[in-house]
Design a binder for this molecule. Structure first.
Ligand code: MN
Length: 236
């Protein structure tokens, strides 16, 4: 087989303690998977369950070995928000996966930011339009190195985000409305999950703006940390 244009670069994530890379295929996201965040977005978590959306696979920005990435302030927004999320990396695909077997399909875990152009999202919601331009823009998914699942012993992990040394978001992963196994089981009813798919599992309350110069540190107990520096917007 020959190609008329060069093959595109393969999106990837680093793996803690390994030189091999994890090839990223697709980025799936869960919306409103923490009740307090659903409420801060004006939704009622008792009436509306979480749901899925997606970003292009090449929106991933892999953290370097020291956990640091720099992301330029994106175009077409004046209200870029952080959403810290546990990221689940799928190692074994499948459709209609039973929740009891769901964690067998996981390769490992990381922590990421679901960067969101909140102003575009609000406009899209108002007009009942899709969310892609609010969620799926270039470099909208910075993510830490992955930790292989067997190396994540913590049984009561917490998820946290500090911006410029101030705590912005914090929750226990036991507050997820759909726990990890449910997310994998439900998502696999809609699409055939594939090795390399990564799932951003939803954000706790406290989403807020980021501006150029901000330094956001995202962490989940026991997982590699992620430090995101927001740089000035690139010249148009
Ligand atoms: Mn999110």
């Amino acid at each position: 087989m020959t190609w008329i244009l060069p093959l595109p670069p393969q999106p990837f994530l680093h793996i803690a303690g390994h030189s091999e890379l994890f090839a990223v295929r697709r980025i799936w996201c869960v919306g409103r998977n923490y009740a307090a965040h659903a409420r801060e977005m004006g939704a009622d978590p008792d009436r509306e369950p979480p749901f899925f959306f997606a970003k292009p696979g090449d929106a991933i920005v892999p953290a370097l070995a020291d956990g640091a990435v720099t992301v330029a302030y994106p175009p077409k927004t004046t209200n870029l928000h952080h959403e810290v999320e546990l990221v689940v990396a799928i190692g074994q695909g499948g459709s209609n996966i039973a929740r009891e077997q769901a964690l067998d399909h996981v390769f490992g875990y990381g922590v990421g930011l679901d960067l969101t152009r909140r102003d575009l999202q609000a406009a899209a919601k108002k007009l009942a339009q899709p969310w892609e331009m609010a969620k799926g823009f270039d470099a909208s998914a910075p993510c830490s190195a992955l930790l292989p699942k067997a190396q994540w012993p913590d049984k009561s992990p917490r998820i946290e985000l500090d911006v410029n040394g101030q705590r912005r978001q914090e929750a226990g992963l036991d507050e997820l409305i759909w726990p990890i196994a449910d997310v994998i089981a439900y998502l696999s009813q809609f699409v055939a999950l594939q090795p390399g798919d990564v799932i951003f599992t939803g954000t706790p309350e406290g989403v807020a703006p980021l501006v150029p110069g901000d330094v956001a540190i995202a962490s989940v107990t026991g997982l590699p940390e992620l430090t995101v520096r927001i740089a000035a917007a690139e010249a148009a």
